[in-house]
Design a protein around this ligand. Structure first.
Ligand code: M6R
Length: 612
């Protein structure tokens, strides 16, 4: 949530900052702002709305200067407007800062500062921090760096910060606790950003800040320390991110580009890990914990949103193929309900961004209880892989569309690899099943390629139901989480109310909703529940509901019953989720576009949810 970008060097800061904000807009998009320091003149441009609105406004003005900060906001404190937009300037104009995160004790700090004569113009917690830093700076007659460190020691909450002090015009200060920050290292120049996407077009050398780190950047070098003033040695890493990966490459939206990338992203996820020649699965990231995993009495999977849905597919896969009991929990519930965690439990945290606040907090809780915590993450260098004992990256590449698509299939691919490998190690799977599963996993990218060729038929169906006000999604077994995922995709980008249900549960309540206006998307591939799901379709039709069925290629029975059938290739039941989700992603995409919704940046949402 919220995108941060900063620059100090010899180049003009404005083009770097505005382009950086465009790259980061997926993190928050209700308002944006930029501040530039030119010698001792500080300029601030802020606008409610998109980064393009800010650019229209600021680019007509004098934006000269070689040091600056920029922010794109997802509102927490105060509605999105020009005043609440970042950057925030301190009352006497000494400090200007941008912030991602939440200052939890801001009202107490605000009261104290008000008692000392401070006045506030915005409703934000960030302005309180700007004034606190300034108060310490003026009262204590200390340097900007000391004022920042002392102020941060009084703050409860999470922050990623970029700060300019007008009195020290050749410095940029960055600090992190709980909200990600990356420093890009150039020749006599530094970049700051919430993630590497705005940096890679300038430099591939980056430093990921850890919690409680403060970086003082000048054109002559970087000084890294902790809030408590202990010196740190910066660890410069090469970021493996290509500029093409963060552009639309001819697609109208990132979401569609990412849907179409799935054959490649799934392949990249198992490439080097699954070998057809050796008929083996090798997950290097789990090597150190493999004996514990094989002996595990229980696995608990945690995640939020789409990642939680992937976890539900994982439950089915691990229980079915490896016979280890699995529980799946929303990270947000797990962390607050005093869960029973045993030291020999294995916790698997799933997250695309690796920054989701609830998932991070749940990981910390599980670690305190002595459990082994593994991560399945997409963003390399993000917080979750660093907080977990071991894990597997998904290698799906950057996912920019707020609606998660390729991250989901990559997460399920990792869980499938884990389940097959564990099933083999635990001797639950015989040789034939083990090898067949490996071969079938290898065949998934081509099968998805085939589904993508039916894009036009998906568009036709979407046109028919774009004005529906409700949708029901039904599935059984591992396809029930796919029904949930289909419903989530539709509601988050098209704002149509949608619910996912296990097909057999329909008759326990949701069936009351069915009438001739209700589209019911039924995932009805040829698996062991096929007969049952055919009965469910008949139940919907008996009540005049509209059935859109996702069926296996060549199905003739459901074709006679359903209003529309969307075919997908056959695969083993255990891997069907990887195929069945594709038509649902595409249906949601088309419906949202036909309703003129902003599919990449749906209202009220942001890509990575770094607040509770
Ligand atoms: O980055 P994470 O996977 O931890 O994010 C979890 C959810 O916020 C995320 O999956 C969200 O539900 C997506 N917008 C769904 O498309």
């Amino acid at each position: 949530m919220c995108g941060i970008v900063g620059y100090i060097g010899d180049k003009q800061a404005y083009p770097i900052l505005i382009n950086g904000l465009k790259r980061l807009e997926y993190r928050g998009y209700d308002s944006a702002g930029i501040s530039i320091l030119n010698k001792t003149t500080l300029k601030v441009f802020k606008k409610k709305g998109k980064v393009s609105d800010l650019d229209d406004y600021a680019s007509k003005q004098d934006t000269k200067g070689t040091i600056g900060i920029g922010h794109t906001r997802w509102a927490t404190h105060g509605e999105p407007n020009d005043i609440n937009a970042h950057p925030h300037i301190s009352m006497n104009g000494h400090f200007i800062l941008i912030h991602n995160g939440i200052i939890e004790n801001y009202s107490r700090l605000k009261e104290k500062l008000t008692d000392r004569g401070y006045k506030f113009v915005s409703e934000t917690d960030t302005e309180v921090l700007a004034n606190l830093i300034e108060y310490i700076y003026l009262k204590g007659k200390v340097t900007a760096e000391i004022a920042v460190r002392l102020a941060l020691s009084k703050v409860v909450g999470a922050y990623g910060l970029a700060i300019i002090c007008k009195g020290e015009p050749d410095k940029l200060i960055a600090a992190r606790k709980g909200s990600p920050l990356v420093i890009g290292v150039g020749e006599g120049e530094y970049y700051i950003a919430s993630d590497a996407t705005p940096i890679v077009e300038h430099t591939k050398s980056v430093i990921y800040l850890n919690d409680d780190d403060v970086a003082i950047l000048s054109r002559d070098g970087l000084n890294l320390k902790t809030i408590k003033n202990d010196s740190l040695t910066p660890k410069i890493q090469k970021v493996d991110l290509d500029i093409g990966e963060i552009e639309k490459n001819g697609f109208d939206h990132f979401m569609m580009k990412e849907i179409f990338e799935q054959p490649r992203s799934i392949f990249d996820t198992f490439r080097g890990r699954v070998s057809l020649e050796k008929m083996e699965i090798h997950l290097g990231g789990l090597y150190s914990v493999l004996p514990k995993l094989v002996e595990a009495k229980r696995i608990i999977i945690i995640g939020c949103g789409t990642s939680w849905h992937a976890g539900l597919v994982g439950e089915y896969l691990i229980e079915e193929l490896a016979r280890i009991p699995v529980e799946v929990e929303y990270a947000s519930e797990f962390r607050y309900r005093n869960p029973i965690i045993y030291p020999d439990d294995i916790i698997i945290a799933i997250s695309q961004s690796g920054e989701t606040a609830d998932t991070l907090a749940a990981i910390k809780l599980a670690k305190q209880a002595g459990a082994t915590v593994l991560g399945i993450c997409n963003v390399v260098g993000s917080s979750i892989p660093r907080e977990t004992h071991a894990g597997v990256y998904t290698h799906a590449g950057p996912e920019i569309g707020v609606a998660s698509t390729k991250a989901f299939t990559a997460q399920v691919t990792v869980l499938a690899m884990m389940a097959i490998a564990l099933g083999h190690e635990r001797k639950v799977l015989d040789k034939k099943d083990y090898e067949e599963l490996i071969q079938e996993l290898y065949a998934i990218p081509d099968k998805i390629e085939k589904i993508l060729k039916s894009n036009n038929s998906f568009l036709k169906v979407s046109k028919k139901y774009k004005d529906a006000t409700n949708f029901l999604y039904l599935g059984r077994g591992s396809l029930f989480p796919v029904a949930l995922e289909g419903a989530l995709k539709l509601k988050e980008i098209s704002y149509i109310h949608a619910e996912g249900y296990p097909a057999a549960e329909m008759k326990h309540g949701p069936i009351a909703l069915i009438d001739e206006k209700m589209p019911v998307v039924v995932i009805a591939t040829k698996d062991k529940s096929y007969e049952k799901i055919v009965s469910n379709i008949q139940e919907v039709k008996a009540r005049k509901g509209i059935v859109i069925a996702i069926v296996s290629e060549g199905d003739t029975i459901i074709k006679k019953l359903a209003d529309h059938v969307l075919e997908i290739p056959e695969t083993r039941d255990e891997l069907a989720a990887l195929l069945a989700v594709i038509p649902l992603q595409i249906l949601s995409y088309h419906i949202a576009v036909l309703r003129n919704c902003n599919v990449d940046q749906p209202r009220n949402l942001a890509k990575s949810v770094t607040v509770e």
